[in-house]
Design a protein around this ligand. Structure first.
Ligand code: HEM
Length: 499
């Protein structure tokens, strides 16, 4: 009892709580084991889960303490302080939180970009950074557009048979197809039933992981190891997905399968990546990294698409501006390619604004492993961060701060339009006021891929479909697993647009 609960979940959490309170950091009261979970669940039930934190910022200011179940967290929405947590000078003082590791470990292992630390992470990041430069992603644009054509066909036939369509499910399935086809190539498309079987298994495992995370099972190590609450589904599913990826790697190595595009896909890039000494990744590392891209890359981008379509359906003038641009740059149903991307400026601005109001990664968590001070050493506003402290950078609230954004709750894509002469994006009021892809050494390696993919999908959906929101729905954001989705789905009538 003492080692499982009292020490890790009560004493150590209270120690961190007291260390912050002694410095005058405001916060909600310390309640052992449950913290403010009850309040948060009540807010979630009525669709105010995200706004609950917005309200706490109103109450306490831009940093404060909050009990996420047994775990004490410091919520941070102050850009200057955030820059000290995410910035390069303090990288060595933080790690990813153990609960994130528990969440992803069953399917991705621990040797991957998302959760590895130190030299292992630095090496992999250096080896993979070049792969995600815009130019290297160029060859994958046809995979993105081909998958979107297929998804639009099935979306339209589904709409004919069922009348209303849940766009959230459709968008997540499209982005899963794109990232998996970009990661595994031919085998994914041509092996009989591989695509359906792997996607279904992957989604089933993710659903169980989501359930276990919502019920605090993944966050508490000894609970996560017990053979209950869907653990077998996760273990069996992970084995099936891993076996498939091992086969895809073996087939690519032996030349039995190739990428689905003219150039290299993600699997080729992983196979060809070398470190400073000219050494490659092992097969197990390639498998874990490929699956990490699939997990980190599909739901985030799927949610971006869902929220963007919601905003499009509720802002007629935005739809009009997008249509005008798409019909001019991609006339008569032209399929977008890499060369069109720079010209799709309204489409791009709409996506950035959507990421501001509805960031799929609604918060970023770091655990302090070496004590230090943020906010300047002598300053009255400085905060000493003790070892074990968990910092939550709450993007959803940060992106809605009145002092950093004019009319923060308005959907105004024009704030992101590039300068027509220089082509540069407008300057932010603070570099750490907008963090949909995080920042610093652990920022999102896939952000170029995500923006490219979202531009292709969004431009084609605007070009080829008419969307109308099914009236009477409540559309509210909620954290599910590690991303922010709609609480009840996003239902729309979809029709083919004549082009
Ligand atoms: C709209 C889409 C996306 C959003 C909003 C997003 C957001 C983020 C954020 C906020 C992080 C930092 C997480 C943290 O520090 O805890 C992250 C990391 C990461 N993302 Fe993304 N992501 C997106 C798409 C993608 C795609 C398409 C891929 C892969 C192709 C990807 C791969 C990764 C990986 C591997 C990491 C870990 C990087 C590291 O720690 O070195 N993401 N992402």
């Amino acid at each position: 009892m003492k080692w499982l609960i009292i020490n890790p979940l009560i004493r150590s959490q209270k120690r961190v709580y007291d260390a912050f309170r002694a410095q005058g950091v405001p916060g909600e009261p310390f309640i052992p084991l449950v913290g403010q979970l009850w309040h948060m669940n009540e807010a979630n039930k009525i669709g105010r889960g995200m706004d609950y934190i917005v309200d706490l910022v109103q109450k306490h200011g831009s940093y404060f303490l909050f009990g996420f179940g047994p775990l004490t967290r410091m919520i941070l929405v102050e850009p200057e302080l955030i820059s000290d947590v995410l910035g390069r000078s303090n990288t060595a003082n933080y790690e990813k939180p153990p609960d994130l590791i528990n969440i992803v470990k069953p399917i991705l292992g621990i040797h991957n970009l998302l959760v590895s630390e130190g030299d292992e992470h630095d090496r992999a990041r250096k080896m993979l950074n070049p792969a995600f430069h815009f130019v290297n992603l160029r060859s994958m644009v046809p995979i993105m557009s081909n998958e979107t054509v297929k998804a639009i066909d099935s979306l339209l036939s589904l709409a004919l048979s069922t009348n209303e369509v849940n766009l959230e499910i459709q968008m997540n399935s499209l982005t899963l197809s794109i990232i998996a086809s970009s990661a595994f190539g031919q085998g994914f498309e041509t092996t009989p039933h591989a695509k359906e079987s792997i996607c279904t298994t992957f989604n089933k495992v993710k659903d169980v992981i989501e359930y276990r995370t919502l019920h605090m099972i993944n966050q508490i190590k000894f609970l996560a190891e017990l053979p209950f609450w869907g653990k077998k589904i996760v273990d069996d599913g992970a084995k099936k997905v891993n076996d498939f990826v091992d086969q895809a790697i073996a087939d690519r190595r032996s030349g039995k399968s190739t990428s689905l595009c003219a150039g290299q896909d993600i699997l080729d890039l992983l196979l060809n990546a070398v470190d400073d000494k000219g050494e490659s990744f092992s097969d197990q590392q390639i498998r874990d990294e490929a699956l990490t891209f699939v997990l980190a890359g599909h739901e985030t981008t799927g949610n971006l698409m869902t929220w963007t379509l919601y905003l499009l359906m509720t802002h007629a003038e935005v739809l009009e501006a997008c249509r005008e641009e798409v019909d001019r740059i991609l006339p008569n149903g032209t399929i977008p390619d890499f060369e069109h991307m720079a010209d799709l400026q309204v489409i791009e601005a709409v996506l950035y604004e959507s990421l501001r109001l509805y960031p799929p990664a609604a918060f970023i968590v770091r655990q302090c492993i070496k004590e230090h001070t943020i906010g300047g050493t002598n300053d009255k506003s400085s905060i000493f961060i003790p070892v074990g402290a968990m910092i939550v950078i709450h993007n959803y609230t940060l992106h809605r701060r009145e002092d950093y954004w004019s009319c923060p709750l308005e959907f105004d894509y024009k704030r992101w339009m590039r300068d027509p002469v220089s082509g540069l994006k407008p300057k932010l009021t603070h570099p750490y006021a907008y963090l949909p892809f995080a920042s610093g050494t652990r920022n999102c390696i896939g952000q170029n891929f995500a923006i490219l993919e979202a531009k292709v999908m969004f431009a084609m959906l605007v070009q080829r479909c008419n969307f109308k929101l099914v009236p009477g729905q409540q559309i509210v954001p909620e954290m599910k697993g590690i991303t922010m989705k709609t609480k009840y789905g996003l239902f729309a009538y979809v029709e083919k647009r004549e082009i």
